[in-house]
Design a protein around this ligand. Structure first.
Ligand code: FCB
Length: 448
């Protein structure tokens, strides 16, 4: 048996657009994902989040499920267009009421709420005004943070500003695979800058209105980057990939500086002032780490924009998405801590997402025997524990996801939940992995 420290957070994660549905109810405005899903050919089978897991109507049942399993933390995201249908200005009280009820129900069940302010669903009116490439969007985000903080800040102990700014920027503005579907390197870079700036502004806005003991962080998706071979070209490719995937987010957030090597890239770095960098580095209490896989990278002169491309190594195990590589989570946590511990000795880390999609189904007797997911979670939790034995200060581990849900442009075919959703009837079925993870949470550790 390996045991975790007392009061370790054993949680699950979700996001608003992926689970809530009810896109036209109670005054919710339109988000860029509503618009993107209506663009033919962007989403698998042209699916959308109109109903999703209908959590907006099933939230009480979903809280009961977590409570029955013994889960003690829940990371969800708030839909910005439910709170401010126009993005800024007029507040929609019915939207605030929804999250208020959710927070109260969680607290009543001894489940710590971890709201995330932005999980990619920008209000469409802000997109129409230019979206994240515009600085005004960062200012609007801070206003939204203050509105939410004022309403929930007396009770919510832990806040997360952004989820995975890298994906919002790169998948949304470079590859065009996610909303808003832009493909422009400069829009991508200014999106990175304004997401990071908005993070710092939101930390400041929250601190001025929420309980003084509230903890505030951000969730970054980070990966160890391994060169495909020992050749100097591949090693250089891995290094620049690490710059674009990890350091460009980590260094502004943790140290208020741009990483070394940025000067070599053809980017308008002068759009970032010293004051902006300081804001990006506004002190956070914890860094959320979303980990799914590593990246193995090869030099490729054709690969835009970094001359580096990801390959899938032979001999590894794979899921429907990504290589399964449990040691990567420990390697990543150790690296972050080794870099941060001198400058930020009080920083805490949290695994804010980790999980796997498996094509699982309800068996004849009503059970979902998702043994592969159990193995994935067990192996990754074990690696987190090993990193903690080496002194890495980890306070929690959140499974992505509580429920099967709308996996962005891949639609409903990718199931990540501890709870199976029948998307026709919306029936919830707790998978074997859900019961297994509940056991881990209740025991506060892994059995041998
Ligand atoms: C992460 C996202 C989350 C989900 C998982 C599978 O990148 O934060 O919304 O899509 O991947």
């Amino acid at each position: 048996m390996i045991t975790f420290p007392d009061r370790f957070y054993w949680g699950t994660s979700t996001s608003a657009y992926q689970i809530e549905g009810a896109v036209n109810e109670d005054g919710r405005g339109v988000s860029i994902w509503d618009t993107f899903c209506r663009t033919s050919g962007k989403i698998y089978h042209n699916e959308n989040g109109d109903v999703a897991a209908d959590h907006y109507h099933h939230w009480a049942e979903d809280v009961d499920i977590m409570a029955s399993l013994g889960i003690n933390a829940y990371r969800f995201s708030v839909s910005w267009p439910r709170i401010l249908p126009e993005g800024r200005g007029k507040v929609n009280t019915a939207g605030l009421d929804f999250y208020d009820r959710l927070v109260d129900a969680l607290l009543a069940n001894h489940i710590t709420p971890f709201p995330t302010l932005y999980h990619w669903d920008l209000p469409q009116p802000l997109q129409d005004a230019g979206g994240w490439p515009e600085r005004a969007t960062a200012e609007a985000f801070a206003e939204y943070a203050a509105v939410l903080g004022r309403r929930l800040g007396d009770r919510v102990p832990c806040w997360i500003t952004h989820n995975e700014p890298m994906v919002a920027a790169y998948a949304g503005h470079l590859l065009g695979e996610n909303a808003p579907g832009v493909q422009d390197i400069f829009a991508t870079f200014s999106t990175v800058v304004h997401l990071l700036l908005s993070h710092g502004l939101a930390v400041q806005a929250l601190r001025s209105v929420v309980r003084p003991d509230a903890k505030i962080g951000i969730a970054l998706n980070l990966s160890p980057i391994h060169p495909a071979s020992d050749s100097p070209e591949d090693r250089q490719a891995a290094d620049i990939y690490d710059l674009g995937a990890n350091r460009i987010f980590l260094e502004p957030v943790l140290y208020g500086r741009l990483p070394a090597g940025m000067e070599a890239l053809p980017l308008p770095l002068d759009m970032i002032s010293a004051a902006d960098l300081q804001t990006m580095g506004e002190r956070i209490d914890f860094l959320g780490v979303n980990y799914y896989t590593r990246a193995v990278v090869q030099h490729d002169p054709e690969a835009f924009p970094l001359n580096a491309k990801q390959i899938q190594p032979e001999g590894s195990e794979y899921s429907q998405m990504w290589e399964i590589y449990p040691p990567g989570i420990g390697e990543l946590l150790e690296r972050i801590w080794n870099e941060a511990k001198t400058a930020r000795p009080d920083l805490r880390l949290m695994v804010t997402e980790n999980g796997v999609c498996v094509a699982d189904a309800v068996d004849f007797d009503g059970r979902v025997r998702d043994t592969r997911r159990i193995a994935y979670l067990r192996d990754h939790i074990g690696e987190v524990w090993k990193a903690m034995q080496k002194g890495v200060p980890v306070d929690g581990y959140f499974v992505w996801s509580l429920l099967d849900n709308f996996e962005w442009n891949l639609g409903y075919q990718m199931r990540f939940g501890l709870v199976h959703i029948n998307f026709d009837t919306l029936k919830r079925t707790i998978k074997d992995s859900g019961r297994w993870f509940g056991g881990v949470a209740r025991r506060n550790g892994l059995e041998d």
